[in-house]
Structures are given as C-alpha cells and as structure tokens.
Design a protein around this ligand. Structure first.
Ligand code: SF4
Length: 340
C-alpha cells in the first residue's frame, strides 16, 4: 500500500506538520458521508431514518477537489451504505486521482462486484462485522450477510486491498469478541470495536441500553490483552478512554474540526457525525468546503467511544501510544501480528 502514497499526499502531510506546529487548522482527514440511505436496518442504527437530500456527483467531486487543494491527505467514504450511490466508485477514483489515501466503509452486501475497480483506487476497505454468523445476521437483520462479508474480505485480500472491520459491541455480542479476533487472524484484517449509541447523530443521548461502564472496562481489558497476538486495530490509549466511560475524553479538546471532519450528504461540514446537532455549522455548497471547515464551531461534550475518531484525535494529538499503534499498522500486516 505504501507504494500508492503519492508525492502530493507526502506534501500535504508535510503541510500538516507545519499547520500543527503553528496551531493552525487543516482539513487533512475528511469523511464523506455519501448517503444516509441503507439497504440494512441494523438493530442499533438510526442513520437510515435521517436519509434526505444528497449532493450530486459533480458537487461531491468539486468538494473533494477543493479540500484536496486545502491539504486533504485522507478521504474516507461511508454512509448509510455508500455503495447505494452509483457514483460511489467514481468518487473514490476521483479522490485517488487527487492524491489521497482512500478508504470505504461498507456493510459488504453490494461490495464484491466493485472489487476489481476498487483494487485500483482503494487503500482500505472497512467492513462492518458484528460477530460470527448467528450473531451478525441477527443484528444486521439480513440472512446471509455474514457469509457475504467473509467472502468480500477474502476477495478483497486476493486483490491486494487492505481490510479492516468495525464491530459494534453491545450485550448481543459482548461474549463473542474472541471469535471476531479469531476471524481477524484467520482472514487477515485489522479489527476495531466500539459500543453503540442511542442516537447516531447525538452523543449526548448516551450509549445504548445494556452498555455500561463495567462492560466497556471488560472490553478494554480483553482487547488490550489481545494486542500482542491478534490484529487489534485500535491503540491502547483508545482502550484507556473506554475505561473512563462515560467521560471518555473532552470534545472541546478533540482535533475533530481542526484536522479531521465530516462532510454530510447535503454538504454540511461537521466535526463528526455525533456532533451534527450542535452547530450552527456551515454548508460547503453555500460558502465553500474549506471555509465551512475553517469556520466550524468547536464541539462540546464528554468525548466519544467511536474508534476511528478516537484514533484520529489521538494521532493528531501526537499521543505516543496511538502513534506507535499507527506505525504498527503501517509496517506490519494482520497476518504478521497473528503469527507473533
Ligand atoms: S470526541 Fe471528537 S470525534 Fe468524538 S464526539 Fe467529541 S468531537 Fe466528535
């Protein structure tokens, strides 16, 4: 994958280092939520209920180009289910042509037919995996979805696409974490875990019923112990934050809105999806995406338990444990970690 890192991305990373040294914001790592629509109705997820207006292909392309010009080195695509948009792969290809590291979050149901194209433009495929078959299919309310997820992971790996999974943990699968780690070792992917929120767009509504601090401490202890022999994606610092539930960290000190942020389907630029309701945030279609990013009000709240956001925040904060974990992911494969 490192061969794909473009000189433009290296330049943006150097620019980021300068921005950080000067305390200036830069939209380095951006999530593009292409749609809130989804073909699944997972037990814990309220995102599809928020499906509404979406930017056109040209508008998303323009947003990507503008943000790349403003220093974007990483472009992540997700939803809802991003692949419900027919232009999803075009947009990923466009981000790659702009010199970005690219990733795609998907539930895996519609992914396989696109893998040949993705092999040429995607750096990381992130698949939702909520447990072994009898758990995954029930939580995701889609029979056969586990089988399809495993097949997509295998086919992506055959094509040289790096794979990670995110498992949303709750009482329904807390006891199955070891089995997910075994799958990670068997199939060669980085496994991330996070708890479910009541409201996907408002962290102040709290975690789902049945997810209490004691459960998060158990999860953190289990995953910390597994780091040495299983391809656990998150850093130990993320698990330290999980142990501090419900005050995981401090949104006002988070680097969301400073070095990473999210573009919603309608063009609204927010620090992260969990703070969408805080605002007032600007819409990039109205004022430009760079301005919408740079003038974003700072978020408030007790931090969150979303694993990719926490890793981003910790890395941009130069937390040593998170930086070490990032280096480990960059220079070791999941297979090497599993082999010890
Ligand atoms: S800690 Fe950062 S990423 Fe998490 S909810 Fe707060 S602002 Fe968003």
């Amino acid at each position: 994958m490192s061969a794909r890192l473009s000189s433009r991305m290296a330049g943006r990373s150097a620019r980021l280092a300068l921005s950080m040294a000067r305390g200036r914001a830069q939209p380095y790592s951006m999530v593009f939520v292409l749609t809130n629509r989804c073909n699944f109705r997972c037990e814990y997820c309220d995102v599809p209920a928020a499906a509404a207006g979406e930017m056109s292909t040209d508008q998303f392309r323009a947003a990507i180009s503008e943000l790349a010009g403003a220093g974007m080195g990483r472009a992540a695509f997700g939803g809802g289910e991003a692949l419900l948009r027919r232009d999803a792969i075009d947009l990923i290809e466009h981000a790659k042509s702009e010199g970005c590291f690219t990733s795609l979050n998907s539930n895996g149901w519609k992914t396989e037919p696109y893998l040949d194209r993705l092999a040429n433009c995607l750096d990381m495929l992130v698949i939702s995996l909520d447990g072994p078959d009898n758990v995954h299919d029930v939580v995701r309310k889609k029979r056969g979805s586990y089988e399809r997820v495993i097949r997509v992971i295998q086919e992506a790996k055959k094509r040289g696409i790096a794979v990670a999974t995110i498992s949303v943990i709750g009482p329904w699968n807390e006891t199955r974490v070891d089995e997910i780690l075994e799958l990670a070792s068997t199939h060669g992917f980085w496994a991330y875990f996070q708890p479910a929120y009541v409201d996907c767009f408002a962290h102040d509504s709290g975690l789902r019923n049945g997810i209490d601090p004691a459960m998060l401490v158990r999860l953190a202890d289990q995953l910390t112990a597994a780091i040495g022999h299983a391809p656990v994606g998150s850093s130990q610092r993320f698990f330290d934050r999980l142990r501090a539930a419900p005050n995981f960290s401090d949104c006002s000190r988070c680097t969301a809105g400073k070095y990473f942020a999210t573009v919603m389907p309608d063009g609204l630029v927010v620090p992260c999806h969990l703070t969408t309701g805080q605002g007032p945030y600007l819409n990039g279609l109205e004022v430009g995406f760079t301005r919408a990013f740079l003038e974003m009000p700072h978020p408030k709240g007790p931090g969150c338990a979303i694993s990719p956001y926490n890793e981003s925040d910790l890395i941009f904060s130069l937390d040593p444990k998170a930086v070490i974990a990032a280096v480990r992911r960059a220079f070791s494969s999941p297979e090497q970690i599993s082999a010890g």
